[in-house]
Design a binder for this molecule. Structure first.
Ligand SMILES: Nc1ncnc2c1ncn2[C@@H]1O[C@H](COP(=O)(O)OP(=O)(O)O)[C@@H](O)[C@H]1O
Ligand SMILES: [Mg+2]
Length: 322
């Protein structure tokens, strides 16, 4: 067995925050101890409500932020200790907003070719060829090379961002809500493109979305996050057919509604997403949970196997499964 391409080991990220100049400094735990593996060639889908810590974890995987505790290994190497140039050959991001992530003053060709220039790869002619090849792979043509981001649609801009992410042929791509800012009609095209490129170039994705329906389409493994922790993990079919955590069931119910709340938990769920500065005791989900008993407020459930590879952090996981 070869080691997983990506190993996230007990990662914790705390931020010191203060409301005003004279307010006391408080500690916000954005990621509260996450361990996940991504085998080479697979897509790990990470899903959860806004504020649960997905982007913080993504930034740590990308080496853009450092964990307070724990570590991230890509290809067996600690990301935090890699030089920026080494890191950019291993892992690249595709972010939500293609409007702010592309320099408006540079042409598409310059944007996509920039990583090659930084790494000193090829002659100008060779770089132009590789950019042209990349444009073709993401479904754009030679006529787009001279265009500026403002002349492109949202979907086209995200194609440019994808081309830039892939030009160095990284092993791992971190997609953080890559379709959330796009028109619904364009979302499926970009998802299809990402999946096509994954197969063609042998990539692995950490694929992040607040929408379980989107994750379900692309992931070969899914992890559900709630307030900084993974509460359920398994292969998508098992998790969706027999969700073991009440939070996953709430996410699923919202996706299955006639007018799906964009994959957000249904409003019937008691209360709202907790304040991360005052996390609930015990199981963080207990104030909203239909199954909660006093034990849930007192004791945090571990992420235990429900069946085999399927894990859930709920005192009633086994019960829920049947
Ligand atoms: N740099 C930061 N300083 C303070 N708090 C932060 C910082 N980055 C994120 N947070 C907080 O961490 C929590 C998780 O945020 P984030 O990772 O962006 O969640 P998600 O991507 O799932 O919406 C939120 O409560 C957010 O306000
Ligand atoms: Mg986010």
């Amino acid at each position: 067995m070869t080691a997983p391409l990506l190993q996230i080991r007990d990662v914790v990220r705390r931020f010191g925050v203060r409301r005003g100049v004279f307010a006391p400094r408080r500690t916000l735990t954005a990621v509260a101890g996450v361990s996940l593996d991504l085998p080479r060639g697979e897509v790990l889908g990470l899903v959860g409500e806004s504020g649960c810590g997905k982007s913080t974890l993504a930034r740590i995987v990308l080496g853009l932020d450092k964990p307070t505790e724990g570590e991230v290994l890509i290809d067996g190497r600690p990301v935090a200790s890699l030089h920026r140039l080494e890191r950019s050959r291993l892992v690249q991001p595709v972010f939500q907003d293609p409007y702010s992530s592309l320099n408006p003053r540079r042409s598409v060709e310059a944007i996509i070719g920039q990583p090659l220039l930084v790494h000193g790869e090829g002659t100008p002619a060779e770089r132009r060829d590789r950019v042209a090849e990349m444009l073709g792979l993401v479904g754009l043509g030679p006529r787009h090379a001279a265009a500026y981001p403002s002349q492109l649609s949202g979907g086209q801009r995200q194609r440019v961002a994808i081309a830039r992410a892939l030009i160095l042929r990284p092993a791992l791509v971190v997609c953080d809500e890559p379709t959330s800012a796009l028109d619904v009609s364009v979302q499926a095209q970009i998802l299809n493109l990402l999946m096509e490129l994954r197969a063609r170039l042998g990539l692995s994705y950490l694929f992040i979305s607040h929408n379980l329906a989107v994750v379900q389409l692309v992931a070969s493994r899914v992890a559900v996050m709630y307030l900084g922790r993974v509460v359920e993990e398994g292969d998508p079919e098992t998790v969706l057919r027999t969700p073991a955590h009440p939070y996953t069931r709430a996410l699923l119910a919202s996706v299955l509604q006639p007018r799906p709340g964009r994959g957000l938990p249904d409003p019937q769920l008691a209360g709202s997403f907790p304040n991360p500065l005052e996390p609930p005791s015990g199981c963080a989900f207990h104030p909203r949970c239909p199954l909660a008993v006093p034990r849930c407020a007192a004791e945090r459930p571990g992420l235990d196997p429900a069946t085999g590879e399927h894990r859930a952090a709920c005192h009633f996981a086994a019960l829920a499964e049947t």
